[in-house]
Design a protein around this ligand. Structure first.
Ligand code: ATP
Length: 139
């Protein structure tokens, strides 16, 4: 019995799919979910969520949020998330460079934090693109 994976942002349903396995990064470490996993609620860091559907590994950049496992369903609620193929590589690179440059100009703690979050989002997106490229090269 597969798992149903749903990734939802305020803008859209990013993904709703039957999958065999989900691996995500929670604030206390990596988490792998297989069918039959016990119920769970945890907070995610900004990172790449990986899922397996059939033979393929798929990647989703998830900007933190909440992950819940219940009754064979994995639900992720996040401010933003993109499937690897949706990610604009150039935009993420530019966002990273811009945020890195801004960070050097900031002194206020909150301003520094805001730029660090932007760097984190860009890095998660670039990582998802990189994983996708690696998968393509393995074929
Ligand atoms: P940018 O500075 O490029 O807008 P950001 O990190 O500030 O990046 P977010 O606020 O996280 O962007 O996201 C705003 C919207 O744009 C969301 O819908 C998000 O999914 C989308 N988005 C952001 N960056 C990318 C990207 N590189 N490729 C595809 N969609 C993106």
């Amino acid at each position: 019995m597969p798992l149903t994976l749903r990734i939802i942002t305020p803008e859209r349903i990013v993904l709703e799919e039957q999958v065999d396995q989900v691996t995500a990064t929670a604030i206390d470490g990596e988490l792998s979910i297989l069918p039959g996993h016990e119920p769970l609620v945890t907070a995610l860091t900004m990172d790449v969520l990986r899922y397996v559907a059939g033979k393929e590994d798929e990647f989703v950049a998830v900007m933190g949020g909440i992950l819940e496992v219940k009754n064979g369903e994995v639900t992720v609620l996040s401010d933003a998330a993109e499937i690897d193929r949706e990610i604009d590589h150039l935009r993420a690179n530019e966002a990273k460079e811009r945020a890195l440059a801004e960070k050097t100009q900031k002194t206020d703690k909150l301003d520094v934090y805001v730029t660090e979050m932007a760097i984190g989002r860009a890095m998660a997106r670039l990582k998802a693109v990189e994983f996708r490229e690696q998968r393509k090269r393995r074929r």
